[in-house]
Design a protein around this ligand. Structure first.
Ligand SMILES: Nc1ncnc2c1ncn2[C@@H]1O[C@H](COP(=O)(O)OP(=O)(O)O)[C@@H](O)[C@H]1O
Ligand SMILES: [Mg+2]
Length: 460
């Protein structure tokens, strides 16, 4: 099934819980559901009345970072009526809302904990420590409602790719950082990082990071994802876990990214490529049916309403519209639905990681001349074909394009150091000296100014 759990031990004794359980039973009693009288007739004509209990407290009181859950054992006779008591429970227990869930033969009354009580949300270290050994391709999510460590195995054939969905502040980037950090710690797979909001940057310096850095600008993201699609159809040379945050924003700016992601989702598994995308909503008209169809695992956080919950989870019965935010998530796979609290890598932990593995710029993949992405992208066009026939020095077009892309994305010239580093990675002949780097920057600028109207066709 691909979701593994290990137990995290949390104490849940004490009068607070006993008192609340008592109040839950009182509500049942005042509604006349706790017991009923049954008349038993004997063969000799006599009969007797017997009291039959319909609801008993179990010792299942669960405390998760954001909820308390009280387990009752309920006879089928009154089950339906107990499920309808959510409002009464909330009122009697003085909490803003409550819900009643049936789980096997136990009925749980779920109460939200006050924000002040819920301050002990799950840290990355807590969740990791429970079972600090992950298989390559498995990603730490957090802890589930039974206090187990929850791990998502994307190499399982029914999982493959995952989407993290929720409104701003629901905890998508936090959850993705936890997944990435766990992959970096576990090793055995590369992680490719794409994020225009730069929230994944603290994790971008680790040696397992594909091409050595975070792809930030939309141009970099497009080029990087295009390059990953070129691995499709080849024999897998190991696992690559591809994390792309803010997907709708990327797609809105570069529609080709939708196609790249669609192809990776469709055929990535055979090349060892697994996607984890972050999005505020999953709309087929934005992201394309191909992408949505091929992402079986949904990690759903707080969403706006029932409709959004339905779209995100791919089904309507998981209660995602009641999630509270701050890492309160539901994971939906082909075989199960599980509520969990996402583990959070603290700022201190991320700072520490960043000091150990300073974030770097990614080595941009060499543009593929046969890739129409470069030819058809309006913003890349001015630099793909210098408009005049005069040769551009001994500096390859590839380098000029790379510099021009930087200028477009950053709105300024790169430093000669930057050119040195990139050319060192890109060219077999080594990095450019300061003088040559300056010349390359000048040429790239000149090339762009020769075609000042971006996207116009100059066929001179
Ligand atoms: N798992 C979590 N545990 C604790 N706090 C969280 C968690 N996830 C999110 N938060 C809080 O919510 C804020 C927003 O989270 P973030 O991951 O940036 O959301 P999103 O990417 O969905 O907009 C964080 O700064 C943090 O304070
Ligand atoms: Mg975010």
């Amino acid at each position: 099934m691909g979701l593994f759990t290990q137990l995290l031990d949390r104490q849940r004794h004490g009068t607070h819980y006993a008192d609340r359980m008592q109040r839950i039973l009182s509500v049942c009693q005042s509604c006349g559901l706790l017991w009923h009288d049954e008349r038993i007739s004997f063969g000799n004509g006599l009969s007797q009345t017997r009291r039959v209990t319909d609801i008993t407290a179990t010792d299942h009181v669960m405390v998760t970072p954001q909820y308390e859950k009280y387990g009752l054992s309920v006879s089928p006779r009154v089950l339906k009526r107990v499920v309808g008591l959510a409002k009464q429970f909330a009122y009697a227990l003085n909490v803003p809302s409550a819900s009643v869930e049936v789980d096997g033969n136990i009925v749980y009354v779920r109460l939200p904990r006050a924000a002040s009580e819920a301050s002990d949300l799950v840290t990355f270290e807590q969740a990791w420590r429970i079972a600090p050994r992950l298989q390559p391709g498995s990603l730490l999510l957090g802890i589930d409602e039974d206090q187990h460590q929850l791990v998502l195995d994307l190499t399982s054939p029914t999982n493959v790719h995952a989407a993290v969905i929720g409104t701003t502040g629901s905890g998508k980037s936090t959850l993705m950082r936890t997944m990435i950090l766990s992959a970096e710690l576990a090793g055995g797979a590369q992680v490719a990082l794409f994020d225009p909001s730069r929230g994944l940057r603290p994790l971008a310096g680790h040696p397992t990071v594909w091409r050595g850095g975070l792809f930030c600008s939309v141009d970099e993201c497009e080029a990087g994802l295009a390059s990953l699609t070129r691995l499709l159809g080849r024999e897998s040379s190991g696992l690559i876990m591809v994390f792309v945050d803010e997907v709708p924003e990327l797609v809105a700016q570069r529609p080709r990214i939708r196609e790249h992601l669609g192809r990776l989702a469709q055929a990535g598994r055979h090349a060892g490529i697994h996607l984890v995308i972050g999005a505020q909503h999953l709309l087929s008209k934005e992201l394309g049916p191909m992408l949505l169809r091929n992402i079986p695992v949904r990690l759903v956080g707080r969403v706006a309403d029932r409709m959004a919950a339905y779209q995100a989870a791919g089904r309507g019965d998981v209660g995602a519209d009641r999630l509270r935010g701050r890492g309160d998530f539901v994971v939906v796979t082909a075989s199960q639905v599980r509520h969990f609290q996402a583990a959070c890598a603290s700022d201190a932990l991320l700072r520490h990681w960043q000091q150990r593995f300073p974030p770097r710029e990614p080595a941009l993949p060499p543009p593929d001349p046969g890739d129409e992405a470069f030819a058809s992208d309006a913003r890349a066009r001015p630099v793909t074909e210098p408009s005049v026939g005069r040769p551009h020095d001994d500096i390859p077009k590839q380098v000029l394009q790379m510099i021009a892309r930087y200028m477009l994305a950053e709105g300024r010239d790169p430093s000669s150091n930057w050119v040195y580093r990139r050319t060192r990675e890109l060219l077999p002949t080594g990095g450019y000296s300061r003088n040559k780097a300056r010349r390359a920057i000048r040429l790239a600028r000149q090339m762009a100014s020769e075609q000042p109207t971006l996207g116009d066709n100059h066929d001179n």
